[in-house]
Ligand binder design. Structure first.
Ligand code: 0PR
Length: 394
């Protein structure tokens, strides 16, 4: 119940501190299975300063709106595109939903639209398909977790309005064969979307990759690619919420956008699901990108990759468990040596307060080596992992 007379701020802050003490905290190092991390302090500062900006009515905030255009264009260049359009979103799910909707809108003549995607694609595509009345055709993976290209090709037909590939899979951080898929749909009227929600702010900064795996072409470099999802609130270290949708063709917003005619700031077309839209994360990421520069991001990614390498090497020495695959990015998958379920392993480690990702379909535990994780946290984890594997006699 809300009190009749307000409670003093100091008192409330104390209550909040107590109530929120249940939450896990990134800096403690036991959040090992998340794609989010502590927001960069400079970004946080800028965000707080500009928290009132609403891009849902861009005519009232032309400065913020111009900044969004600028940062989108710059990210587009990072992804080897020219004059890229697009916008920030609430996250990867909204960006993917927007992309699937565009694919459908561009082909109104197709009565039963379908989208082809790998089975490793994120749940947000299932949500999008459900909301938009689209059928998903899911391509299998091979035993090494790479896409079965022949199966993907076989799912493309006259009803295919969209093709999706992932640059940084949710489970293992792998990149689909994007050039090859591009060739498959060449000269077909199929919208090609890349989900780089995670990989978008890793791949451009990867210098040396795990086990020397080459970084495949994944972005606007591939001429068939029409759009990309990339989320600043994952490896971009920006505040939540900040995802992004990036589009090659500037006409798409005019062709498929929604128009709200009564806005205080005047008419605008937009692609978003939300109306009122935070401008703060756009401004904070503009500032963060320019503050860190290429080298700043490379440094962060390098450190995450060093930790990835360290953890991978350690896992290789533990009998009973295996690396699911050599990591390309800062995600490590642990599986059992003989195919035994990872559920018990996950449960035991969780009891030791390690918050991991569990992917039952692929029988693997996921560790995302985000910037908040240090080698000290990892060596503690490895110690517990060894004990648990022994206890379970894996
Ligand atoms: N695309 C990919 C490839 C993703 O991995 C994700 C989220 C999305 C799209 C959707 O992004 P939003 O969550 O921003 O809408 N992947 C994370 C995951 O499922 C989301 C997450 C983040 C989960 C932090 C847990 C967590 O603690 O693992």
């Amino acid at each position: 119940m809300i009190e009749k007379e307000g409670v003093p701020q100091k008192e409330l802050l104390e209550v909040l501190e107590k109530k929120l003490s249940k939450d896990y905290e990134y800096y403690k190092g036991n959040i090992l299975g998340s794609m989010c991390t502590s927001a960069h302090t400079f970004g946080r500062e800028v965000y707080c300063k500009y928290v009132n900006k609403n891009l849902g009515d861009p005519g009232l905030f032309p400065g913020t709106s111009e900044l969004e255009e600028e940062v989108v264009k710059e990210i587009g260049e990072l992804f080897h595109g020219e004059n890229i359009m697009g916008s920030f979103t609430t996250g990867g799910s909204e960006a993917n939903l927007i992309a699937v909707r565009i694919a459908k809108e561009l082909r109104p003549e197709v009565e039963e639209p379908e989208v082809v995607l790998p089975v490793s694609a994120h749940m947000s595509f299932d949500k999008a398909a459900d909301l938009l009345g689209i059928t998903l055709r899911k391509a299998r993976l091979l035993s090494n977790f790479q896409l079965d290209e022949a199966h993907y090709r076989s799912l493309i037909n006259d009803n295919t309005v969209g093709a999706v590939a992932v640059a940084g899979t949710t489970s293992l951080g792998l990149v689909d064969p994007i050039e090859e898929i591009g060739k498959m749909i060449q000269d077909k009227d199929i919208f090609f979307h890349i989900d780089a929600a995670f990989g978008g702010f890793v791949l451009p900064f990867l210098e040396k990759t795990g086990e020397g795996l080459p970084v495949p072409k994944w972005d606007f470099h591939v001429e068939q690619v029409d759009s990309i999802t990339a989320d600043p609130h994952k490896m971009g270290m920006n505040v939540i919420p900040s995802g992004g949708i990036f589009l090659r063709n500037e006409q798409i917003i005019q062709k498929t956008g929604f128009e709200i005619p009564y806005l205080a700031g005047g008419n605008f077309k937009h692609l978003h699901i939300v109306g009122t839209r935070p401008g703060g994360p756009v401004i904070s990421f503009w500032a963060l990108m320019h503050h860190l520069g290429m080298n700043g991001f490379k440094k962060v990614v390098n450190r995450c990759m060093e930790n990835t390498q360290y953890l991978s090497e350690q896992i290789k020495t533990i009998e009973g468990i295996n690396l699911a695959t050599n990591p390309l990015m800062n995600i490590v998958g642990i599986t059992t040596h003989d195919g035994q379920s990872i559920c018990e392993l996950d449960k035991e480690l969780r009891m030791q307060n390690w918050m991991l990702g569990k992917f039952e379909d692929f029988n693997l535990i996921r560790i995302v080596l985000m910037p908040h994780i240090t080698k000290i946290h990892l060596s503690k984890f490895v110690g517990d992992l060894k004990k648990v594997v022994k206890k379970l006699e894996l």
